[in-house]
Design a protein around this ligand. Structure first.
Ligand SMILES: *[C@@H]1O[C@H](CO)[C@@H](O)[C@H](O)[C@H]1NC(C)=O
Length: 231
């Protein structure tokens, strides 16, 4: 009897320790988004929702552990009613201030997959959907790389990709297999003159869908991330 009680309590102790170690290994991340642009930006997070940010304002929210496919971007030229319904010139998210999914092109994206592989977060800045405003990302873990796309691509955007407040990607504008790395180009997709234009402006950012080698960064899970618009 006494032996069984002892082994049961040992079991419980071991199990609690294991759960504790497990939970420490899969932490979520706090995202802090700051608008350093001279104009108002309506930040969007998927997951996270959305918030209007005047110049210098910040927004903080948590992304749960294990979330992959998370993204944060800025929306410009928005107008919302009291219920939070309306539209934005760039980055619109289904007409909702409190964004509930991905947004419209063009938008500069911060993308992150928490705890994606071997206890590492995978993060990047993507111009695959085009560009609308400069953005930089600083992980709280100083061992991880600060990345940015700080060039004003709107000012140098090729005429055929130019839209109000933004610069579309060739994939978004022309929607061909070569530019979108689909169909015959799914597993064999090379840079094009358009992706090279974006890469030259922002060497750390994805310039087309298969631009992984120079555009993906990793950070030990548990870090938090500061995202700055126009920073
Ligand atoms: C890319 O090439 C196409 C077709 O050759 C050309 O029309 C276009 O102007 C070029 N764009 C850039 C940004 O060089």
């Amino acid at each position: 009897m006494g032996g069984r009680t002892l082994s049961a309590s040992v079991w419980i102790t071991v199990t609690l320790l294991a759960v504790n170690v497990y939970l420490q290994g899969v932490e979520g991340s706090t995202m802090t988004v700051k608008n350093q642009c001279s104009y108002t930006v309506w930040a969007a997070g998927s997951p996270g929702g959305g918030k209007q940010l005047g110049q210098g304002e910040t927004w903080t929210f948590d992304v749960p552990a294990g979330t992959t496919g998370a993204r944060i971007w800025g929306r410009t030229g928005c107008s919302f009613d009291a219920a939070g319904q309306g539209s934005c010139t760039t980055g619109d998210c289904g007409g909702l201030l409190n964004c509930q999914g991905y947004g419209s092109v063009p938008a500069t994206l911060f993308e992150i997959a928490l705890n994606q592989y071997q206890n590492q977060d995978f993060y990047d800045i993507s111009l695959v959907d085009g560009f609308n405003l400069p953005l930089s990302v600083t992980p709280s873990n100083t061992a991880c790389k600060v990345i940015g796309c700080t060039s004003d691509i709107n000012a140098v955007c090729p005429a055929e990709l130019k839209v109000t407040d933004g610069c579309k990607s060739a994939c978004a504008e022309f929607n061909t297999p070569q530019y979108c790395c689909t169909g015959d180009y799914l597993n064999n997709c090379n840079p094009t003159n358009y992706s090279e234009f974006f890469k030259k402006q922002c060497p750390q950012a994805y310039s087309y869908a298969k631009d992984d080698a120079t555009s993906t960064f990793t950070c030990p899970s548990g870090a938090n991330y500061n995202v700055v618009f126009c920073g």
